[in-house]
Ligand binder design. Structure first.
Ligand SMILES: Cc1ncc(COP(=O)(O)O)c(C=O)c1O
Length: 447
């Protein structure tokens, strides 16, 4: 009997014992293609020799030094690399141990920024429905997934939510991108007006929505429009690139492709590629200067922040991505994966949309194509697809509640950047079989 408090307490998990390239091997010798990088984490696969070497070297030199006493070589070097590749205006990196911590730091830093510049009335955040920003209380409150929020609702700080940019379901028939963007920007403006513009800290969004919607990028012009609303009211723009950042979409930061400048941007998963737990909040010069020239101290911190081993891993990962020119591969293989998914599912009666950017692709499942009606949530189609895929040696990331936290199913794919064309063939083939198998089960159950 296991004493580990597993995610699903009634479930029997296979024991993962080895990682080889894009595959994970369990104790019984079964091999699984990791087509979702876990949860968009393992961007270099599971056994990259240079990353392993860098971690071992750091372990030999110095495993840990507390950040209230010291800085460290790997954290300084990694911050240099990240700032050099970051959107314009980003100047500092606050290292933490994962995505939720990165979001908490961003929220608190944004609030402290306004205290430093003498605007203490600012206390509200605006975020979007159907987003996920993490499971700690601040991040959970910011997120807009009703299923994840509901039982903790009484503990959550009050965050206002607006509609996501979700063209498949949000756009009216015949509506242009421009008109849709105008409508979403007007909704944000109205929400800010309702809260009182002088009380709003920031607007928070994922440039490409991951876990809760399945790789949904914004339509062109959307992020410029929300940036304008933020600027008009002196609000900050916090972009959550925990999942979509660090090359996943073909550029180091997803927001580069949206042509928008964030004030704070969070990263995590692909930063350490799963070799070590690490996340970071990237901070604009204006925020840095306000805190540096004000109290001089960000009132926050964690024991393991800027952990030397984690930073050494992150540095090796980012160097590997640059030196092996993997972003170019993400673009090429991403386009190929998208085309293959279109080929396989484009006309499928139960797939409404294939979407995504780079090696961050999703499909949305539907019961009826014409009406876009989802499968009944009771069927848990997403869970069946996950199980069917695993039985075929494929790891993908399906989830339910795509539409409103309850209805809708999607599958997210986020394979390692080292994936080959042959791997993509196997991934799409197995995913196709898993989807058919799961839909067949649902049809039988419904009959
Ligand atoms: C966009 C986004 N933000 C934040 C998080 C939280 O990250 P973590 O699970 O590392 O705390 C996630 C995790 O899936 C995420 O996808």
């Amino acid at each position: 009997m296991s004493h580990v408090f597993h995610r699903q307490l009634g479930h029997d998990y296979p024991v993962a014992v080895r990682g080889e390239g894009i595959e994970i091997v369990d104790r019984d010798g079964r091999r699984y293609i990791d087509a979702s990088g876990g949860a968009a984490v393992s961007c270099l696969g599971h056994s990259h020799p240079r990353v392993v070497e860098a971690i071992e070297a750091q372990l030999e030199k110095l495993p840990y030094a507390h950040t209230s006493f010291f800085t460290s070589e790997p954290s300084e070097a990694l911050a240099d690399v990240l700032v050099a590749g970051a959107p314009e205006g980003i100047d500092r990196v606050y290292f933490v141990s994962g995505g939720s911590e990165a979001m908490e730091a961003a929220l608190k830093m944004a609030r402290q920024y306004f205290l430093e510049i003498g605007q203490p009335a600012r206390r509200h955040f605006v975020a979007r429905w159907q987003s996920y920003h993490g499971n700690t209380l601040g991040a959970l409150a910011t997120g807009g997934n009703r299923w994840r929020r509901q039982q903790f609702e009484p503990l959550l700080v009050d965050v206002a939510h607006v509609s996501p940019c979700y063209p498949y379901r949000g756009k009216e028939p015949g509506e242009s991108d421009e008109a849709y963007v105008g409508r979403l920007a007007a909704e944000l403006e109205a929400t800010v007006q309702e809260l009182g513009p002088e009380t709003v800290i920031a607007f928070v969004a994922e440039p490409v929505v991951g876990a809760t919607m399945g790789a949904v990028p914004a339509v062109p012009g959307y992020f410029q429009a929300v940036r304008e609303v933020c600027d008009r009211h002196g609000m900050l723009l916090i972009l959550d690139e925990v999942m979509c950042g660090m090359g996943r979409t073909g550029t180091l930061f997803a927001c580069e492709q949206d042509g928008v400048r964030p004030d704070l941007v969070t990263i995590a998963k692909g930063l350490g590629a799963g070799y070590q737990p690490i996340g970071a909040t990237l901070v604009s010069r204006a925020i840095l200067e306000a805190i540096r020239d004000g109290s001089g101290f960000f009132q926050h911190g964690h024991t393991y922040m800027a952990h030397p081993m984690a930073c050494a891993a992150g540095l090796a990962v980012q160097r590997a991505i640059a030196e092996e020119q993997l972003l170019g591969r993400v673009k090429i293989r991403g386009a190929r994966l998208h085309a293959m998914l279109e080929d396989r599912f484009g006309e499928h009666p139960h797939v409404g949309e294939v979407r995504g950017r780079g090696l961050f692709q999703g499909i949305e499942l539907i019961a009826d194509r014409a009406s876009k009606q989802p499968f009944a949530p009771e069927h848990r189609l997403h869970a069946r697809i996950k199980a069917e895929a695993m039985a075929r040696g494929l790891l993908c990331y399906p989830a339910g509640g795509t539409i409103d936290g309850r209805r809708g199913d999607h599958v997210l794919l986020a394979p390692p950047f080292i994936v080959t064309d042959d791997d993509l063939d196997r991934i799409v083939d197995r995913l196709g079989q898993a989807v058919e198998g799961a839909i067949e089960q649902v049809s039988r159950a419904a009959a």
